[in-house]
Design a protein around this ligand. Structure first.
Ligand code: GAP
Length: 446
């Protein structure tokens, strides 16, 4: 395996993301817009697979979690109650000479383009929430915010969900959706964006059980990252010290990933006490009490909150998958070694030659057979070798080729067989078309 140096690895990954349609700069034809990214055909599939894996494992395969899908814009009081209006801010400084603007804790290492060092103003707090107005009148009474996290929408609907879902404490409410933060310095590709997506779980518990549930969720979430194919050795946790915790939190652990630009957070898992529900009770005047019919106890539930970022997970998967292999002197193949479960396309189907109708017709039949079961791609451009390389760069785990043997030209024993090529070993096995669905399904499960 070729030695890829961390200094230029990110550039290569960004180039591949554009070349193979994982990530494009938003509004690229207009010069782009800082902190916003679009996902291309492969990125959209990857992102969907990440969301589906999380939703299936966190909601559908559990009996103690239900999901919701709330709005991006809420009543503005939600953000007063949560504390975001007053304190969701970063310290910001300007350079008086070049008018550049930075987070005070992330100052640039470069010199001022106007000459000499930058001449910074005093740091002042900059609120990260995007503002807008609901309705035609743009005054303060109509001011709304784009949600900076999905979590608050869950707290606000706690009583409604409790009353319809037949759940009892302990239970969780999960949500996947967009969040917006007007980050002062978006950076590291999609890692810190202004528009991103979160997968958040608020797991409501009995007061006093916080430490147990927090530990359980940290273990559960760490394990989950391995199930989507992130290597164990690139994952770690960061445990907050007492003095780093918010005043209402009893514990917080970040799941970290070793990106080429450093070890950074993928997900935070916080034990937040009953801060959020209590605040919404105070600001709305509506009770957030829970009544336990068995023990007759009444309390505002505490919460453990695993909160993950879809875009960061996709970036971690892309970085972990990126591999350069020298397969012959001077011949390096780039291959995205995604876990099959998460790979954007599971199988590609090729006719050996595009100008031989019997091959194309048979390959179409194979494509039609596979497509209802797997995300399947058709490719008849260029030669077979180029098609394999193309699929390797997209991370497609298996390629099926229909050749003259499939048509029985070398004898009846090979009739209706195809080659099944493995992305990682590059080995090709001859298999029966009739066995393809069960064989690929089996491989996907293993
Ligand atoms: N409700 C808790 C909460 O929002 P957070 O640590 O601010 O906690 C949770 O965010 C996760 O959301 C982060 O671990 C990260 O994966 C993702 N995230 C936060 N800010 C982001 C940004 N600017 N760009 C991309 N992802 C972000």
């Amino acid at each position: 395996m070729a030695d890829t140096k961390p200094v230029n690895l990110m550039d290569k990954i960004v180039a591949l993301c554009k070349r193979r349609g994982f990530v494009f700069q938003s509004s690229e034809i207009y010069g782009g817009i800082n902190g916003f990214w679009d996902y291309g055909p492969m990125g959209a599939e990857l992102k969907r697979n990440v969301r589906d894996a999380w939703w299936n494992d966190t909601v559908r395969r559990r009996t103690d979690v239900v999901g919701i899908d709330g709005t991006i814009i809420t009543h503005p009081k939600v953000w007063e109650a949560s504390g975001h209006v007053t304190s969701f801010s970063d310290p910001m400084v300007d350079c008086k000479k070049c008018k550049g603007r930075w987070r005070a804790d992330q100052l640039p290492e470069t010199k001022c383009p106007e000459g000499g060092p930058h001449d910074y103003t005093e740091a002042r707090q900059f609120n990260l929430m995007f503002e807008s107005h609901a309705g035609p009148v743009k005054d303060d009474s109509n001011k709304v915010y784009l949600r900076p996290e999905t979590a608050q929408v869950i707290f606000v609907q706690f009583q409604n969900v409790l009353s319809v879902s037949r759940q009892k404490i302990p239970f969780g409410i999960a949500q996947i959706g967009k969040a917006f933060r007007n980050e002062i310095n978006p950076r590291n590709f999609t890692f810190r964006s202004r528009e991103f997506e979160q997968m958040e779980l608020e797991f409501f518990i009995k007061p006093g059980t916080d430490a147990d549930w927090h530990q359980k969720w940290v273990a559960e979430r760490l394990k989950w990252y391995e199930t989507i194919g992130l290597p164990k050795e690139k994952l770690s946790i960061y445990e907050y010290k007492k003095e780093e915790l918010a005043h209402y939190a009893s514990a917080c652990v970040d799941v970290m990933f070793a990106f080429p630009f450093g070890v950074q957070e993928l997900e935070g898992i916080a034990a937040r006490g009953n801060f959020d529900l209590s605040q919404h009770e105070k600001f709305s005047g509506k009770s957030m009490m829970y009544f336990d019919d068995e023990t007759k106890e009444k309390y505002i539930p505490h919460v453990v909150e695993p909160s993950a970022g879809v875009d960061r997970i996709c970036l971690a998967l892309i970085c972990a998958a990126y591999t350069e292999e020298e397969i012959a002197p001077g011949d390096t193949r780039i291959v995205m070694k995604f876990a099959p479960r998460i790979a954007p396309v599971k199988v590609a189907v090729f006719p050996l030659l595009r100008n031989k109708p019997p091959l194309v017709e048979k390959a179409r039949q194979v494509f039609d057979l596979l497509q209802p079961h797997f995300t399947t791609e058709w490719d008849d451009r260029g030669n077979i070798g180029k098609r394999y390389r193309y699929q390797d760069e997209q991370g497609t785990p298996w390629c099926v080729t229909v050749d003259f043997d499939t048509l029985g030209e070398k004898g009846p024993e090979l009739l209706d067989t195809v080659t099944l090529r493995d992305r990682d070993t590059m080995k090709q096995d001859r298999v029966k078309i009739a066995d393809l669905v069960s064989l690929i399904s089996q491989k996907l499960r293993s």
